[in-house]
Design a protein around this ligand. Structure first.
Ligand code: FMN
Length: 262
């Protein structure tokens, strides 16, 4: 299921028995916390009412499954209806929002940036997968997408352009963030030129409205380039603190969108 109707971004604070959703902190009773913790532990899996009743109330309790229903109702009042999914009469499922970080690279520097972004998003409690853009088969299991690609000779990497075209319908509905690499310096003139190149690629898919767009400095390693590019001076204009700051800002924006059921 794409979109976030059945998925959430929650972090649990066991010391204070609270759930954190975006910037919101939700205080829970011991039973509510125990039930939510059991569902989160089995993230993505169906938890039967019977198993939940045993876990939270112990095996001796009569009418345990009714208690589960009642406490799920209480959790939904506090967390929002979409956080816990009802699976028929059998039980409940908690599914976390998943973010895809897809990248299009020739020499690997864009992949390294994609991985740094993914690591930062994970620090914010998001579930993240990184994949080469050309290897993504569908977006069904994702609730948000970051797509990054290198610029070469004035154009965004073909795999990144193809990714936008191929998934344009899904991407028009999902929160999407975009980045491109990479000017030789972060001087305004250089960055603007790269930004225009990226904007040309984005203009081909006007229905996709990114939540954020970034240009990061690029890497030139002449030892890995063919003549005449092998004569270019070596440079690495990646600003890792700017990359991490962008990812942290993105995490906050995505958490807000996803926990609001965007
Ligand atoms: C031959 C060549 C052409 C390039 N053309 C552009 C360009 O038009 N615009 C730009 O911003 N960066 C350009 N770059 C910089 C690359 O985007 C940068 O090296 C980037 O880090 C490469 O990413 P990759 O290692 O993931 O392939 C060019 C680099 C090379 C070697």
């Amino acid at each position: 299921m794409a979109l976030s109707a059945d998925s959430a971004v929650l972090r649990l604070d066991p010391h204070r028995r609270a759930a954190l959703s975006g910037n919101k902190r939700i205080e829970l009773t011991a039973r509510e916390y125990g039930l939510l913790d059991a569902l989160v532990e089995k993230e993505g899996e169906l938890c039967s009412k019977h198993a939940l009743a045993q876990l939270v109330w112990g095996s001796s309790i009569a009418r345990g499954t009714q208690l589960v229903d009642e406490y799920i109702r209480r959790l939904r009042v506090k967390l929002g209806d979409e956080v816990i999914e009802t699976v028929g009469d059998e039980g409940y499922r908690y599914t976390e929002a998943r973010v895809l970080v897809a990248y299009a690279t020739k020499k690997g520097s864009t992949r390294e940036v994609a991985e740094a972004i993914a690591a930062r998003l994970r620090e914010h409690g998001l579930k993240v997968e990184t994949r080469p853009a050309a290897q993504v088969r569908d977006l069904e299991t994702y609730d948000a997408v970051v797509i990054g690609g290198a610029l070469y000779m004035g154009r965004w990497h073909p795999d990144a352009r193809r990714f936008l075209r191929r998934y344009r319908k899904a991407l028009a509905r999902l929160p999407v963030a975009v980045f491109a690499m990479g000017p030789r310096t972060m001087e305004e003139h250089d960055v603007q030129e790269s930004r225009q190149q990226l904007d040309r690629a984005l203009a081909a898919v006007p229905e996709i409205l990114p939540v954020s767009v970034a240009i990061f400095g690029g890497v030139v390693d002449p030892s890995r380039l063919r003549f005449p590019f092998s004569h270019m001076p070596a440079s690495d204009a990646r600003d890792w603190s700017a990359i991490r700051a962008w990812a942290a800002h993105l995490a906050t924006a995505l958490e807000a969108r996803l926990s609001a059921g965007a």
